[in-house]
Design a protein around this ligand. Structure first.
Ligand code: GRF
Length: 204
């Protein structure tokens, strides 16, 4: 059973999907940088150990988070709607162990307001990515993506609504594949069934 720590900042719908699909992995700890968010309520309802860490002193918060991750012997750290940028020190300490879900087809649209950017650019396809976290924001190697057709009547809100359901499927499947060791996050790169991953997997 692969042990996982999840970092959140808000609604926690991706966390909820992960909790409901725990098969070969177990969420051992949920860390939030905000108190009183829905995501923490969900963690508690599932009986998962959870911690609120005040990120105002980010260096201290990261140290506490690192200690939790290591004490829990987490093999994977998932950023699921975690809105803080992690330092390179933290990333290096947990190298090849941190993944993030981002609501765009990376390398397009790192950062915020991805749905609006899709509309503003007149894109016909939108999607979400699960990627390895490196020192740059929304930047590390993309493991898998899900795609969505943009309809003429779509706006940022409808895109967000349609995408979130696909995000849940994307993230839970990637985590299961990592737990089953079909996907391996090596220092040499990502492999799928022991073949190097040359392009992101598509999970629709
Ligand atoms: C998701 O769209 C995720 O891709 C992004 O933040 C949102 C979090 O939603 N990073 P939730 O908290 O999982 O409901």
């Amino acid at each position: 059973m692969m042990k996982v720590t999840v970092l959140i900042s808000g609604r926690g719908s991706n966390l909820e999907a992960l909790l409901e699909n725990q098969t070969d992995y177990q969420i051992v700890h949920v860390i939030s940088n905000k108190p009183d968010i829905r995501g923490l309520t969900i963690a508690k309802a599932h009986g998962v150990v959870n911690s609120y860490l005040n990120w105002q002193n980010s260096e201290h918060a990261e140290l506490m988070a690192s200690e939790i991750i290591e004490q829990e012997q987490s093999e994977l750290v998932i950023l699921a709607g975690f809105m803080k940028i992690l330092s390179s020190k933290f990333v290096q300490r947990h190298r090849q162990k941190i993944i993030n879900i981002h609501p765009s087809l990376l390398p397009k649209y790192p950062g915020l307001h991805t749905h609006q950017q899709v509309i503003d650019h007149g894109d016909l396809i939108h999607g979400a990515s699960v990627h390895l976290v490196d020192e740059q924001l929304d930047h590390g190697a993309v493991i898998a993506q899900t795609k969505l057709t943009v309809e003429p009547k779509d706006d940022a809100l409808t895109l967000a609504e349609k995408l979130i359901a696909k995000e849940h499927k994307l993230l839970t499947q990637v985590v299961s594949l990592i737990a089953q060791q079909h996907i391996k996050l090596n220092h040499q790169g990502i492999s799928v069934n022991d073949q190097p991953l040359l392009a992101p997997m598509i999970i629709d």
